[in-house]
Design a protein around this ligand. Structure first.
Ligand code: PLP
Length: 237
């Protein structure tokens, strides 16, 4: 894709976001676009930066570790935010804490604790989200929603870990309307958690196929890849 295609894709995504926000009577500025750049080259990330995007999501720590320094080298823009949106393996925690501003995929007390320990060593407050597996799909990561409070209570003692919200990846449906119950369930979960005194400002939900529905249901972060950069290579998806 040439730059103009990327420009058009960005414009289309923002237009769709704005429509969804207006439809739900929400403030559009309360919804952030994270451009998912897995399988996208450093050069195209820089194109995206040149078109005004600043927040990027990567799902594999190993790949991000190669790509992020190259992007930094190629661009003069410093205010970039990197999101870890994929499953985080324990042996990748150190690198993840070095690379990412927000980790979306905390799904156990053990992982939270390891991230906190690494953040402490790095002298950083690591911002994280808790990944919730609402459909309890075996193939997906994330914790059951009944276990989230338990994690938050444990995380309260982890001084270098800042839990800012919840993330979910619903089952895929061709008809995006079918994802709505999952998004509203995550929003309800946040309300229940907030009623218990925790601050949970972020809801990371919605991808290319269903981000309008997610915005209508309260998403504060949408993670969009295909709608911006085109289809990924099959073997790499
Ligand atoms: C790949 C991915 C996305 C983006 O998906 P698209 O359908 O390409 O927009 C969002 N979130 C996560 C966790 C992903 O792995």
């Amino acid at each position: 894709m040439a730059d103009t295609d990327l420009f058009d894709a960005i414009k289309t995504v923002y237009t769709r976001m704005a429509r969804a926000a207006i439809k739900a009577a929400r403030d559009l500025t309360a919804v952030r676009l994270v451009a998912v750049t897995k399988e996208v080259s450093a050069g195209r990330v820089v194109d995206a930066i040149d078109n005004g995007l600043r927040e990027f999501g990567e799902s594999r720590v190993q790949i991000a570790r190669e790509k992020i320094p190259v992007v930094r080298e190629m661009t003069g823009v410093e205010s970039l935010t990197w999101h870890c949106i994929g499953h985080l393996q324990k042996n990748k925690v150190k690198t993840a804490v070095e690379l990412f501003d927000l980790i979306h995929s905390i799904d156990s007390v053990e992982l939270a604790s390891l991230v906190n320990e690494q953040a402490t060593r790095s002298g950083k407050i690591q911002r994280v989200l808790v990944e919730v597996n609402l459909a309890r799909e075996e193939s997906k990561h994330g914790m059951g929603k009944d276990k989230v409070i338990n994690l938050l209570e444990a995380a309260d003692w982890m001084k270098n870990l800042q839990v800012e919200g919840l993330m979910t990846i619903p089952p895929f449906f061709v008809d995006p309307e079918k994802t709505r119950p999952y998004f509203s369930e995550l929003r309800d979960l946040r309300e229940n958690i907030e009623a218990r005194g925790f601050v949970m400002k972020e809801l990371s939900m919605g991808m290319s196929n269903d981000f309008e529905i997610a915005i209508e249901e309260g998403a504060t972060i949408v993670r969009v890849g295909t709608a911006l950069f085109g289809e990924r290579r099959k073997e790499a998806a």
